[in-house]
Write a protein that binds this ligand. Structure first.
Ligand code: NI
Length: 167
């Protein structure tokens, strides 16, 4: 396994719309393992393939404290949404920035697992937020795009400055 490089906002590649996975093969399973390792090392609770510059529809999520509840969702689709909840979010692609976003409180999701089997699941609370946030990445959307234009401008210049200083 290996750690993957995470793209940082405002990298334009984060706005790529990912394509569906057509077959779950060894390459997909290896990418899923690398994404999980990268997420745990960061550390974070979710990572989309888009963030590691692989533009296929796959996300990994683990909101557990002990980091033992890894979920890999391939071609995830939200079938139903219920309620609304506001929660502070962060993102491995937007380091050091946290802000409140309103999303559905409960979702019902369909996805494929690493054996290529389709399954459905319900999610609420932090897990629902995390899955919605990661699916947004697959659609080329970063959470800061829910914030005001002014905040987005500030975040963009802050991160560009950080990137320059790191060079
Ligand atoms: Ni993110």
């Amino acid at each position: 396994m290996s750690l993957l490089k995470i793209l940082h906002y405002p990298d334009p590649r984060l706005h790529t719309v990912a394509r569906p996975v057509t077959a779950v093969d060894a390459e997909i399973r290896r990418l899923a393992a690398d994404m999980a390792e990268t997420m745990y090392a960061a550390p974070g609770i979710g990572l989309a393939a888009t963030q590691v510059d692989r533009h296929i529809r796959m996300i990994v999520v683990d909101i557990s404290e002990d980091k033992n509840a890894l979920l890999t969702l391939i071609n995830p689709r939200i079938l139903t949404r219920e309620g609304e909840a506001e929660r502070e979010e962060g993102c491995l692609s937007v380091p050091g920035i946290y802000d409140k976003v309103t999303r559905a409180e409960r979702i019902h999701v369909e996805a494929m697992d690493l054996d290529g089997h389709t399954f459905e699941m319900d999610a609420d609370g932090l897990l629902a937020v995390c899955i919605q946030h990661e699916i947004d990445h697959l659609d080329g959307k970063v959470f800061v795009e829910y914030l005001s234009r002014l905040k987005q401008t500030r975040i963009r210049s802050k991160l560009l400055k950080q990137a320059k200083e790191a060079m």
